[in-house]
Design a protein around this ligand. Structure first.
Ligand code: FAD
Length: 471
């Protein structure tokens, strides 16, 4: 009989009550009152912003240094106790749920900005630094960190979910912007995945292996990311369209012509209604695009005028643009509140968010077919998208106590995911897999999943790190 090509992933650890108690005793000696078993703290660390059933860890360890993370990992490994890394808990696919119990390692206290290097346009931070904290700190340097997932997430969490957001169309995602990571491995070894060079052909790309690994391969303790010059001028624009197809086709033309938009966001009529009600605005209740342009005064004016013409060719004749900072902030504030605005349409509801991404040439087909599906359903939903990347979300508003609502959201989401995969797209453009999308990942990647399992088995032979996620 031939041996299997790849090692298989160990079953999730299942420590005895005695092993768990001994582990927590050891961690208490190490951390004192920075190890918490209080129910409220455990609950808070096992629940994300999604509809997935929460699962509290047995304890939460608040780490402050890489050395402490090493000691925590070694202690948990010795007792065979699962480890769930935690940044700010804003992920959306049940990523932080302690499906097999264990110790949540909260690195939010590791929030020191270690080194800003303006000459190299990069920065190294501890993993718990949040993106707003970083940008606040950078303000006087003329530099900024562009990745903006809406929530004020930690850089370690953003690296771990390969996050992006509204301006990835111009600046890329965490994949393009992380230069190097410091990671604590399952045996307590600390590695740095790369130096800071902007390009490197030095062996396997370990940085990108850990980017998107969702806490399943190690704990990231330091992150080095690229920075960008704050643009000389910024303009924002809003444009209503007669229908969904017209709006999306205007985006496709904009991208295919190579216009360097910094942001282009699509909101359907339901989402515009929600935004108006939530932020007391009076936009037309019709499919709408929000744009942002970065550059010199001349460049932003030229970009805005070109996009205005493209929009008009698709029926978007009321294109309004402004470089006024207050008006811009009002517009983007409304967009950033889109999630909570949508939830407010159905008080007491929870949001189930889809997250597909398709090649830009298939975007119109995917959005139009999806919209058709949604119109046939009894379930209320809204649609928003970072459409410049081919990425859009449907937010299904479900009564969390209604099995019918949840079944319908799952049915519609499943149709959408399969449609995107058939179009050579993906089940998740930015939120990640967690445990909510595991089945879809297998469908999307087929045999490539065996390679992922082999990586997991090699780096985490006891399956200690975030068991039950991705794989
Ligand atoms: C309203 C709203 C809007 C959002 N919009 C977007 C969006 O536009 N784009 C987008 O990409 N995301 C979006 N998200 C999702 C979320 O903000 C991102 O997934 C974010 O990157 C999670 O970061 P976090 O610090 O909260 O990580 P957490 O939720 O704490 O953790 C996420 C995962 O990373 C692991 N992890 C965390 N820290 C570490 C570490 N130091 N080392 C190893 N593993 C770690 C965890 O184990 C978990 O698996 C949104 C969320 C909300 C609530």
């Amino acid at each position: 009989m031939t041996a299997p090509l790849f090692a298989s992933v160990a079953p999730a650890p299942s420590p005895s009550a005695d092993a768990l108690a001994a582990c927590l005793d050891d961690l208490r000696s190490l951390l004192g009152d920075r190890l918490s078993t209080a129910q409220v703290i455990r609950d808070q660390h096992g629940r994300d912003e999604s509809y997935h059933t929460p699962a509290a860890p047995d304890a939460v360890a608040f780490a402050l240094t890489t050395d402490e993370v090493v000691a925590i990992v070694k202690t948990c490994a010795r007792h065979g106790v699962p480890i769930i890394p935690f940044g700010t808990g804003t992920s959306l696919e049940g990523h932080i749920a302690a499906l097999h119990g264990g110790v949540c390692v909260d690195v939010s206290g590791m929030n020191t900005i270690l080194s800003v290097r303006p000459a190299d346009m990069d920065v190294t931070v501890q993993a718990g630094v949040t993106r707003k904290q970083l940008n606040e700190y950078l303000r006087d340097t003329g530099l900024f960190f562009p990745i903006d997932p809406g929530a004020d997430a930690s850089l370690g969490g953003m690296a771990s979910t390969r996050a992006s957001g509204t301006n990835a169309v111009r600046y890329g995602t965490m994949r393009e912007n992380v230069l190097s990571l410091t990671v604590v491995l399952a045996d307590g070894r600390v590695i740095r995945t790369a130096r800071r060079a902007r390009k490197s052909a030095a062996g396997y790309d370990l940085t990108r292996l850990f980017v998107g690994s969702e806490g399943t391969l190690g704990i990231i303790t330091e992150v080095t990311v690229r920075l960008y010059g704050i643009p000389e001028a910024v303009a924002a624009a809003v444009c209503p369209f007669p229908d969904v197809g017209a709006a999306v086709n205007a985006v496709i033309d904009t991208i295919q012509l190579g216009i360097p938009v910094a942001r282009v966001e699509f909101l359907d009529e339901n989402q515009m209604d929600a935004v108006n009600r939530f932020s007391r605005l009076s936009y037309a209740v019709t499919p709408t695009l929000f744009f942002e342009f970065h550059g010199s005064d001349e460049a932003i004016a030229a970009q805005a005028e070109t996009v205005k013409e493209l929009a008009a060719a698709h029926g978007g004749v009321d294109f309004q643009w402004t470089a006024n900072a207050d008006e811009r902030d009002k517009l983007w504030h409304a967009r950033h509140n889109a999630f909570y605005a949508a939830l407010a349409l159905k008080p007491g509801s929870k949001g189930i968010s889809s997250d597909t991404c398709v090649p830009i040439s298939r975007l119109a087909d995917c959005v139009i077919e999806t919209k058709h599906d949604l119109q046939q359903s009894f379930l209320k939903s809204t649609m928003v998208g970072h459409v410049g990347d081919g990425n859009f979300h449907v937010l299904f508003l479900v009564d969390p106590d209604s099995p019918q609502d949840i079944a319908e959201a799952r049915r519609l989401n499943s149709r959408l995911v399969m449609r995107a995969i058939e179009m050579d797209g993906t089940c998740t453009g930015e939120h990640g897999i967690g445990h909510g999308k595991r089945d879809y990942l297998t469908h999307e990647l087929g045999d490539a999943m065996d390679v992922m399992r082999a990586v997991k088995a090699a780096l985490d032979p006891q399956n200690l790190f975030n068991p039950g996620k991705i794989i």
